[in-house]
Design a protein around this ligand. Structure first.
Ligand code: NAD
Length: 337
């Protein structure tokens, strides 16, 4: 198919060009985001390929449909950046990459835990400045710590497996009790129990109306003093102001996040020459016991290769059959919302 590829970074070009040797689609890479200003670039392309920070509203979808687009290929698992109802009305199919590397996200979660605990971010700067004092760098043994996993699906289960290796006690909260987590010795508990018992809480559930601000003032008040809170799932799971208050009061002893509620205005771009206007985000960066990474948990060579391969295979499947196994079932998705 003729594919307009928006928001192309160097790593996307590399992984998709390599994978496309097998699929032979006609891909044109555009560096710009898909937006009202750029949507006309897609006219005449039967497929477009976009990322999580490219938004598609009703007006843009109409322009695409009129311009001959039949397929929207998301190179992400999530699809809440597309107006699904409008796409469905216009007969536009949407395909996605349901899973690409649960290991990538689980391992980054552990990277945040180890960095926060052993203060690697602070030690790195100190040693470079010739300061070899270890005052203030005291950590704790992960061995014996209780780790609460909220959402024990693909990523949560692999994260649990890694933490089991450290000798942690595992507790989980999820309506679905994953057999692989039960095999690890995880005990499923209620959310209040998980909040009260965990030394480390890690979020791995999707963002839905039910989970929006799952971690708010009330939830933080139920946590152990000095808890470590980690979010590599979706920013909206945490009420950021509540997390800031928790850090200020000391209830939250460590905060590690790879996702942020308002990240679409910040992440994936080099803003180092700009004045960042988001005061809440800037406040987060002032805490010595908080680490923020810019939605990079997925970013491994293997994950990029899998994203490219699945996306291009989705496009081929749609081209050949008019349907695709990884198509977003719009009615179901809208009902779930
Ligand atoms: P998954 O569907 O395999 O697992 C999600 C689990 O969450 C399921 O077991 C489900 O039952 C559970 N769940 C749903 N609602 C819940 C609730 N209210 N409370 C507790 N558990 C609930 O998904 P996955 O592949 O493990 O991905 C998990 C999340 O990771 C995704 O939703 C996505 O937001 C995030 N993610 C982040 C990155 C990144 O780069 N930071 C990359 C990929 C995925």
């Amino acid at each position: 198919m003729k594919v307009a590829f928006f928001n192309a970074k160097s790593y996307d070009r590399h992984s998709f060009t390599f994978a496309n040797e097998r699929y032979q689609h006609e891909i044109v890479f555009f560096e710009c985001h898909l937006s009202h200003e750029t949507v006309s670039l897609a006219i005449g392309f039967s497929a477009i390929c976009i990322f999580i920070n490219d938004y598609l509203d009703a007006e843009m979808l109409e322009i695409l449909a009129k311009g001959g687009t039949k397929l929207i290929a998301l190179r992400s698992a999530g699809f809440n950046h597309v107006d699904l109802a409008s796409a469905s009305k216009l007969g536009l199919a949407i395909v996605r990459v349901p899973a690409y590397s649960p290991f990538a996200v689980a391992e980054h979660t552990v990277a945040l835990i180890l960095s926060l605990n052993r203060k690697v971010h602070r030690a790195y700067n100190r040693v470079r400045e010739g300061n070899f004092s270890i005052e203030g760098l005291l950590g704790f043994d992960l061995h014996g710590a209780t780790v609460g996993v909220v959402g024990t699906g693909r990523i949560g289960a692999i994260f649990a497996q890694i933490m089991k290796g450290f000798g942690c006690t595992l507790i989980g909260y999820d309506a679905y009790h994953n057999p692989s987590c039960l095999d690890l010795g995880m005990t499923y508990v209620s959310l209040p129990e998980l909040l009260a018992q965990s030394d480390i809480i890690s979020l791995h559930c999707p963002l839905t109306p039910d989970t929006y601000h799952l971690i708010d003032d009330r939830a933080i008040a139920q946590m152990k003093t000095g808890v470590m809170l980690i979010n590599t799932s979706r920013g909206g799971l945490i009420d950021t102001q509540a997390a800031i208050d928790g850090l200020k009061s000391g209830t939250i002893g460590y905060l590690g996040i790879d996702v942020y509620e308002q990240e679409s205005d910040l992440f994936f771009e080099d803003l180092s020459n700009r004045v960042i206007q988001d005061d809440t985000f800037q406040r987060l960066l002032t805490f010595p016991n908080a680490i923020v990474t810019g939605h990079q948990a997925f970013f491994t060579r293997q994950a990029l290769a899998n994203i490219a391969d699945t996306t291009l295979s989705n496009i081929t499947e749609f081209e050949q059959n008019g349907t695709c196994l990884n198509e977003v079932k719009v009615e179901k998705a809208i009902a779930a919302k």
